[in-house]
Design a protein around this ligand. Sequence first.
Ligand code: LLP
Length: 417
Amino acid sequence: MSKLHYQNEKLFCEETEIKNLTEKYGTPLYVYSKNMIKNKFKTTDEAFSSVDHTICFAMKANSNMEILKLMASMGAGGDVVSGGELYLALKAGIPANKIVYASVGKTDEEIKFGIESGILAFNVESEPELEVVNQIALQMGKKAPVAIRINPNIDVHGHPYISTGKSINKFGIDIDFAFDVFLKAHKMEGINIVGVHCHIGSQILDTEYFAASAKKLFDFVTRLTEAGIEVEHIDIGGGLGVHYPDVIPDYAEEQKGVPPPSELSKKVLEILKPLNKEIIFEPGRSIIGEAAALITKVLYVKRSRDTKFIVVDAGMNDLIRPCLYEAYHQIVPLNKIEGELEKADVVGPICETGDFLAKGRMLPDVKRGDYLAVMTTGAYGYSLACNYNSRPRAAEVWINGENDELIREREKVEDWV
Ligand code: LLP
């Protein structure tokens, strides 16, 4: 059962009625189920238990310090993409030797920081970057641990902004050129080749794509071994999708079957297990996405000639996914409302036409002062939030049974002065 559910017509997170949190913490408010996060991590970790593996949580999905500490306590590693994320991962207690660092644009300072920290691997995304990592390592009198990110040219048919594994995408090194880059890296004094990395995209619901990527990785690693280059790990990236309930009708069929991590691991390990390497998996969304809702208050209901607008106190600065990716997030009232549904746009207070949480959504007759929950917002919700229109970012709370705990204070505009 989802940890966010109705009990007696009221929305609960675990055993806590969410309405009570709005009085205590205000809105907009991100509410997380701590136990759901734990369970998602555990099932993911267990899915790979038949091999030596590390689950490196993709911190870009959510980098709340308490959530990261929880990950660290469960044995997670971290997938970081900036010096900032590396700093937070270390502060949260994620061991450096479980941290992998991807990004097409690592600065010299960030590379130094990674080497000094003793991370597991830089996921190197280009030949020029490899040369810089080598130079910096030599200057420091060290060897930098490197996994080269290959771009396998696999089309996962997702939203173009979150597909990464095609040759038109900026990520990784084209699989046809990557072998030569490995040969070059092998000869570099400042480089210690530790792995191969590949990530094909996000919100992927068909595990066949992961199998296709694993096949390419298998062939690639076999070729490396034949050339005398032994890698220690194979990093299969992240990207497993989640269920965004109540989806737009013509997408519904696809969304029905969200594969569990065990289906992904079965398909991938069937192919990669014979290589006997450590497997690294970098899930973000599938661990944290379903574990939260963004709670928002209805400020006004207004009507134009042909549209009903529900104006709420959360905007695109709190949740940019609907505007940026045309993402669908289910919206439900905290207290169930009886009666007819009517089509409405749920919009925020920001001075942009793109500031909407839902368009043309069938919703009950909500009134000023009612509260709505924007579901499945644990991943890429708060982490993509910003201060546009000088709006302080929301507070974050997590729930453990009947207990709630503030895990990030609401920002204050006074702090910026
Ligand atoms: N590893 C790498 C190298 C990545 O680039 C990503 C996500 C992940 C792992 C984690 O992917 P996940 O398991 O969360 O799908 N902001 C977008 C998603 C961007 C994903 C970027 N890379 C969204 O809100 O849909």
